[in-house]
Design a binder for this molecule. Structure first.
Ligand SMILES: O=C(O)C1=C[C@@H](OP(=O)(O)O)[C@@H](O)[C@H](O)C1
Ligand SMILES: C=C(OP(=O)(O)O)C(=O)O
Length: 411
């Protein structure tokens, strides 16, 4: 039974880079993800004057609790929302003038609730073009702290960014959250802040973050659970195929591992051990209705295998997938229709009926890594699918096509 070596988590690598940069001392990050998003994050830190030493197995970061080493910097955040939303916050806690820009799609993605909260905290932040979007300039003079109200109904990354900022303020932060999507990502943030020496106190929707800074540490990065979803789905759609992912088990930080529970409900056999997870295809793949608000990065994975189920698959509460690398609800529906599969969508849902995807179809990627990786799973049962931009997997998994081809060869 093949064990699949999944690269490190994007979300954990980004947080670890932030925390290590802000900590007092040198931190070592073991098995970081090396991909466009995380290389972009590390490059952003370097542009701000942090030292990031990189070997294939570990990245080492010299922390600077006082903030960026340079008084001026221009940072290009590429296509990564973690970079584009977390780094301006790190810069705000320092002293200097820092400009941030990003890819055309990242410029379109929203940022307003976060930048409004920063201004409420006294940060001098200007949007150069559209209000609430990149490019933006922060004239940083440290952050005093205090209380702030935040709507994280479009992205949990706004809340993560403010939580990460809390210990770098002079008096600490109290964050009152009015709405929240992708809640498990906030759990990752809190657990990692704890590993770097900070305990956040939560009372319902209120988060109290103490001042005092972070402690440097050695941090091992788990495999990426969203990436693993393609390999687990590959097992679920192929009778007799088994996929084991070491390093993702009961203690995993990432909510996206819950995707295997969706596959279990559909009929796959799933085993979650302390340090590994196995999915086995049984030949049964039932339809279902599922709320994916917590784990919406795996919505395209499910949408792409949905036509192969014996009944309709309805995915609900995923409105914010419309503001990711592309409008994912629309991109999934568009590609399913290209494949000849009956599909309907609403503002925050998609429903896919059973169908036989048309061999040889050209998949339109919309520059979105998850569209490519998701429909590659459909491709296991549908010969000859092609992609207009297969290379866009570089955002989170440059070696995806080779790794996925190896899976097909061994089972
Ligand atoms: O904090 C993070 O690392 C992430 C949070 C999620 O975003 P939203 O909270 O915007 O849904 C997720 O989709 C993204 O891939 C990574
Ligand atoms: C939405 C994603 O990334 P981000 O928001 O971090 O750019 C993703 O990886 O699916």
């Amino acid at each position: 039974m093949p064990a699949v070596d999944i690269p490190g988590s994007k979300s954990i690598t980004a947080r670890a880079l932030f925390l290590a940069a802000a900590a007092d001392g040198v931190s070592t990050l073991r098995r970081p993800l090396r991909s466009d998003d995380t290389e972009g994050f590390a490059e952003g830190l370097t542009r701000l004057g942090y030292r990031v030493g990189r070997t294939p197995e570990a990245w080492q970061v010299d922390g600077r609790p006082q903030g960026p080493a340079l008084a001026e910097a221009d940072v290009y955040c590429r296509d990564g929302a973690t970079t584009a939303r977390f780094l301006p916050v790190l810069a705000a806690a320092g002293h200097g003038t820092y400009r941030f820009d990003a890819s055309p799609q990242m410029r379109r993605r929203p940022l307003g609730p976060l930048t409004r909260a920063l201004r409420d905290l006294g940060v001098d932040l200007r949007h150069e073009e559209a209000e609430g979007h990149h490019p933006l300039t922060v004239r940083a003079a440290g952050v005093e702290g205090g209380e702030v109200v935040l709507d994280a109904g479009q992205s949990s990354q706004y809340l993560t960014a403010l939580l990460l900022l809390g210990p770098l303020t002079r008096t600490g932060l109290r964050i009152r959250v009015t709405d929240l999507v992708s809640a498990p990502y906030v759990e990752i943030t809190l657990a990692m802040m704890r590993a770097f020496g900070v305990e956040v106190v939560r009372d319902g929707d209120v988060y109290d973050v103490p001042p005092g800074g972070y402690r440097a540490t050695t941090y091992p990065i788990e495999p990426d659970a969203s990436t693993a979803s393609y390999f687990f789905a590959a097992a679920a759609v192929t009778p007799g195929r088994e996929v084991t992912v070491p390093g993702l088990g009961t203690g995993a930080l990432q909510g996206d591992l819950r995707f295997v529970e969706v596959l279990r409900r559909m009929g796959a056999e799933v085993e979650i051990a302390a340090d590994r997870t196995t999915v086995r295809g049984t030949g049964v793949l039932r339809g279902l209705t599922v709320n994916m608000r917590d784990i919406s990065d795996t919505m395209p994975t499910l949408a792409a295998i949905a036509p192969l189920a014996s009944g309709p698959v309805r995915i609900e509460d995923v409105a914010n997938t419309r503001v990711k690398e592309c409008d994912r609800l629309q991109a999934c529906a568009d590609n399913l229709r290209r494949l000849g599969v009956p599909v309907a969508t609403g503002p925050d849902w998609i429903e896919i009926r059973p169908g036989t995807p048309e061999p040889g179809t050209g998949i339109k990627t919309f520059g979105d890594h998850r569209i490519v990786m998701s429909f590659a799973v459909t491709g296991l049962r549908t010969p000859g699918l092609s992609y207009d931009d297969p290379g866009c997997v570089r955002k989170t998994f440059p070696g995806f096509h080779e790794a996925f081809a190896r899976l097909s060869q061994v089972s």
